[in-house]
Write a protein that binds this ligand. Structure first.
Ligand code: FAD
Ligand code: DHB
Length: 385
């Protein structure tokens, strides 16, 4: 079997790339190791930059997003028992939208299949030849080969694409904490997201709909989910969000829970021969700045444009510049995510001096328009390259 672009991984990056290529008349095959129900259920991101919603809308995949996405104009930083609003739209002229990654994946899978796209579930890539642009994969107990002009490695952090790049250089940082994330059938206790810093640890109140809350707690990196029965989760959230003003956290049945390790990671370069890495396969950010999915979208937007130029004119100029173009934006998001993470989490190794500096930093962001604008500009997303 032969195609123009072989895409490994049917997460948001791979599915969107396939959709964007189709819009430009370029054929692709998506190989996804899991089944469709699994990828459509996997709970992850929820906060989209305006640039991300623009890409989805302009590509014709934003109909349900426009109907169901919740547009936000600000967020709250909560510390010392008080809330401080960062007016994102007033400071930047831009908005962000809450729309779950699961919904984007459902929309893109449905759209690819409607358009006659070739998305193969339960098809696991096992070997890539970046020079020949071939992918060997296992499906239904058989081993097959997909031949292509190019290969896009969008198979996430644990995929097979990145290890296929010889001499790849990696940069990373581990953090002494993880996130316990829950989905709960309870109306959100807030209209805007709350990022809370507390001596007990960080907590985030997000949402999925007017009836569903999404909440996160900082926990130890080796935390055992079994040690967190519902009552303990709600007590801990309530303690970390508590204010002097009697704010109350609504509780309800928890329908999904998981623990996510926190890391920063970048692989360079993003191209080797005819293999291109994009999304989590190439870089990871800690989730505090809500950047991972947004970076995956900007990578494949740049990549789709470069393939379009290659097939329209034969020129590889944009493909040659792909790695450098994306890495500039990636490193900005890496810095912002690291910055938000260290601003808001309780570092178990911090001494009193470090804790005083952190509190001063929080006070500064909450009270200085210049500092708040810097947070806001990064949070709503810098322009796509
Ligand atoms: P993935 O979503 O990991 O997709 C990769 C796909 O490849 C998977 O479907 C996998 O099954 C498949 N695959 C793997 N190996 C193979 C193989 N060998 N062959 C074939 N297929 C393979 N980002 C934000 O922007 N905003 C947020 O608010 C946000 N919050 C987050 C909260 C949490 C708790 C977590 C965990 C992440 C969050 N992120 C957020 C990050 C975001 O979810 C990821 O950056 C995003 O999923 C990256 O998409 P991707 O397509 O690159 O990778
Ligand atoms: C969500 C996740 C994040 O990491 C974040 O910073 C904001 C929102 C979410 O899942 O809704």
């Amino acid at each position: 079997m032969r195609t123009q672009v072989a895409i490994i991984g049917g997460g948001p990056a791979g599915l969107l790339l396939s959709h964007l290529l189709h819009r430009r008349g370029i054929a692709s095959v998506v190989l996804e190791s899991r089944d469709r129900a699994y990828v459509e259920r996997r709970q992850r991101a929820g906060m989209l930059e305006q640039g991300t919603t623009d890409v989805l809308r302009e590509s014709g995949a934003g109909e349900r997003l426009d109907r169901e996405g919740l547009v936000h104009h600000g967020l709250e930083l909560r510390f010392g028992g008080a809330g401080h609003r960062i007016p994102l739209t007033e400071l930047t002229g831009r908005t962000v939208t809450v729309y779950a990654q699961t919904e984007i994946v459902k929309d893109l899978v449905a759209r690819r299949l409607e358009d006659g796209g070739d998305v193969r579930f339960e098809a696991r890539a096992v070997e890539i030849d970046p020079a020949a642009a071939t992918v060997t994969y296992r499906q239904g107990g058989r081993t097959r080969t997909l031949e292509a002009d190019y290969v896009a490695g969008t198979d996430g952090f644990h995929g097979v694409s990145r290890p296929a790049v010889p001499g790849v250089r990696t940069f990373s940082r581990e953090y002494p904490f993880a996130w316990l994330g829950v989905l709960a059938d309870v109306p959100p206790s807030t209209d805007e997201l709350i990022y809370a810093h507390h001596d007990r640890g960080f907590a985030l109140h997000s949402l999925r709909s007017p009836k569903v809350s999404r909440l996160y707690l900082q926990v130890a990196p080796d935390e055992d989910l079994a040690a967190w029965p519902d009552a303990r989760i709600w007590d801990e959230l309530a303690a970390r969000f508590a204010t002097g003003g009697g704010w109350e956290l609504r509780q309800g049945p928890i329908t999904d829970r998981s623990i996510t390790p926190m890391r920063s990671f970048v692989a360079e370069p993003l191209r080797h021969d005819r293999l291109f890495l994009a999304g989590d396969a190439a870089h990871i950010v800690p989730p505090t700045g809500a950047k991972g999915l947004n970076l995956a979208v900007s990578d494949v937007t740049v990549l789709a444009r470069a393939f379009a130029e290659r097939y329209a004119s034969g020129s590889e100029t944009l493909l040659d510049g792909y790695s450098e173009t994306c890495l500039r934006r990636v490193w900005r998001a890496e810095h912002f995510s690291y910055w938000m993470t260290t601003l808001l989490h309780a570092d178990p190794h911090a001494d009193d001096f470090a804790r005083r500096l952190q509190r001063s930093h929080l006070d500064y962001v909450a009270s200085s328009r210049a500092a708040a604008t810097s947070l806001a500009e990064n949070y709503v997303g810098l322009p796509l390259p």
